[in-house]
Design a protein around this ligand. Structure first.
Ligand code: F6P
Length: 583
């Protein structure tokens, strides 16, 4: 979307989207809007082809969305009116578009090619930092470490090779790594496993370590700030577990020196606060840094992905990064009219601000993507769940969407009923891959619809295609009657159709495709945030809860004065908890 832009280097007040000509035009188009996907497809044989676009390896069919060409044209005009291209360019060059924290927003720099691999690329220098050099220096260290763990050169304190990597982090320091690890399971080196501890509920660390051998376990403490209560508490619990188990097994002496040596071999860290890492007792040589211009929820492609790099190896991790970059380049170079993340972001604006949708379903027809909706919840909702714009003024329209989802076909047997026949409009993204990692056949079939030797993945994808078809085109009363349905039951079996979906199809769930999918949604989020004029890169909304939890902790521990200082409801709840608590 390289276009001439008049945007200032550091944007001041956002354009109020609701005052633009395109917004007025969209409001006019919305009034009396009568979606008719059946009619639109019938009248326009080129609709599917025209609205099916490519981005990287992703084929994205937008044709089952509730838009006419006129609506799409005005949405694209809206992107121009609020200067999406200018803000994207500002982000790429390192302007401090995260204004409330006065920071550049440079996750796209994490996947730029190494300077030596792309002589044509102008090196990125931001605020005096040689960004490309720094990014690749850390990546090199991560890869070197990953190789050592994978080859067995890196051992635990008793000389045994690592079999389990436990990533301790929360939010962006957990959701990204765990989602990608799950997505890339078929690429994980045999004999290696990763686990992820995030919740401060002690049962999380307990369950994740219960069956592990401390001699073959490596902990990665992943925290951008290295000050997050949950992560540091879990890290201490893990350290305690390591020491106790090693001593119990007679693997180390019960001395301070032996404990320190054990931490040195069983703990590494990823953080922007390397001083705090050292204070925890982790050797700075075993710490991998990143920078304040990487938001937590945008960090899986930084050293925060170390657990993934170990599990799948540096080559696959490189492919993963290349996937992100392919989509960054698509966004940068593709005209708005064919720009997939831009159009998907604009469609979300259309549904949210004009058609009164409140939520957005993401439905992966790929079991390995089972954590993708959870990952997207942080990415989209922590980014765009805001009520003020980047200049501090109130937003002028609804912002944010509630993202949710589960893998198909599980969702079909749970909540699809509401999407098909409920009263709410729920735009949904369906994601599938053509080539499964585990292509199993049903040897016997069921003697009926499922033939002997049936390709089960084909059966799976038949659901993917059937669902979007049913949602779009529904079933009329006459069609229901034609099946011989009793008249009294006909209304219950009618499907209105006109339920919008986007279908995303990739060749296979490769590391590159996983990177592409993440980047796709990062940029969708960016486009929506830009239209709404909000800073999608801060997260002040989660700070209050963190502070209050620390303030309330003494009351929960039984401190009477702290208990008395609480409001009546909170005080009564804590008192009840103390009464119920057995030990
Ligand atoms: O939930 C708030 C948050 O700040 C997220 O943005 C971040 O990903 C998470 O906490 C973890 O923070 P850290 O990586 O600093 O431990």
């Amino acid at each position: 979307m390289t276009e001439n832009s008049s945007a200032p280097a550091s944007p001041a007040a956002p354009v109020d989207a609701t005052t633009t000509a395109s917004w007025t035009a969209l409001t006019g188009l919305r009034d009396g809007f009568a979606p008719d996907l059946r009619g639109w497809f019938a009248a326009d044989p080129g609709r599917a082809e025209r609205l099916t676009l490519e981005a990287g390896d992703l084929t994205v069919d937008l044709s089952k969305n509730l838009v006419t060409d006129e609506v799409l044209a005005q949405l694209v005009a809206l992107a121009r009116d609020v200067d999406v291209p200018g803000r994207y360019a500002a982000m790429l060059r390192g302007d401090h578009i995260n204004v409330t924290e006065d920071r550049a927003v440079l996750h796209t720099a994490l996947r730029r090619p190494a300077p030596e691999d792309d002589a044509a690329e102008t090196p990125l220098v931001v605020d005096g930092q040689h960004v490309d050099d720094d990014v690749h220096e850390v990546l090199g260290r991560v890869y070197e470490f990953a190789d050592k763990v994978r080859s067995g050169e890196w051992t635990g304190v008793t000389g045994k090779r690592v079999e389990t990597v436990v990533n301790i982090g929360i939010g962006g320091s957990d959701l990204g790594p765990v989602m990608v690890y799950e997505a890339l399971k078929p690429y994980v080196q045999p004999g290696l496993e990763a686990r992820f501890v995030s919740n401060i509920d002690p049962s999380d660390v307990y369950e994740k370590t219960a069956d592990l051998d401390p001699e073959t376990t490596l902990f990665i403490v992943a925290s951008k700030t290295f000050g997050t209560l949950e992560t540091l508490t879990n890290a201490r619990l893990a350290r305690q577990w390591l020491w106790e188990k090693l001593v119990e097994q007679g693997a180390i002496e019960d001395t301070d020196e032996a404990r320190t040596a054990a931490v040195g071999k069983h703990f590494v860290a990823v953080s922007t606060a390397l001083d705090k890492v050292a204070a925890f007792g982790i050797d700075p040589a075993n710490a991998f840094g990143f920078w304040d211009w990487v938001g937590g929820r945008y960090s899986v492609d930084s050293a925060i992905g170390t657990s993934v790099a170990i599990a799948v190896g540096p080559d696959a991790f490189e492919e993963f990064l290349a996937g992100f970059h392919a989509i960054d380049e698509h966004v940068r170079t593709t005209p708005l009219e064919q720009n997939v993340p831009v159009l998907m972001g604009l469609l979300n604006v259309w549904y949210t601000n004009f058609l009164d949708a409140h939520t957005h379903a993401v439905l992966p027809y790929a079991q390995y993507l089972h954590r993708f909706p959870a990952y997207l919840q942080q990415l989209t909702m922590e980014s765009n769940g805001k009520s003020v714009r980047w200049d501090g003024t109130p937003v002028t329209t609804e912002t944010g969407e509630v993202f949710w989802g589960e893998p198909g076909t599980n969702g079909q047997h749970a909540f699809y009923q509401l999407i098909h026949q409920g009263t709410r409009l729920i735009p949904a993204d369906f994601i599938a891959v053509a080539n499964p990692a585990r292509p199993l056949k049903d040897g016997t079939g069921d003697g009926g619809a499922v033939a002997a030797g049936a390709d089960v993945h084909a059966l799976f994808l038949a659901n993917f295609f059937a669902q979007t078809k049913a949602l779009a085109f529904g079933k009329t009363a006459d069609e229901v009657r034609a099946e011989g349905t009793a008249e009294a039951i006909v209304p219950a079996r009618v499907f209105s159709g006109n339920r919008p979906t986007t279908s995303i199809l990739a060749p296979a769930l490769t590391p590159s495709v996983v990177g592409q999918l993440i980047a796709l949604y990062e940029h969708i989020t960016f486009v929506e945030g830009t239209v709404w004029g909000i800073d999608s890169f801060d997260q002040w909304g989660v700070e209050l809860g963190k502070k209050l939890a620390l303030e309330i902790a003494p009351a929960v521990e039984g401190d009477t004065a702290a208990l008395d200082a609480q409001d009546p409801s909170t005080k009564a709840l804590i008192a009840k908890y103390l009464e119920l608590r057995e030990s």
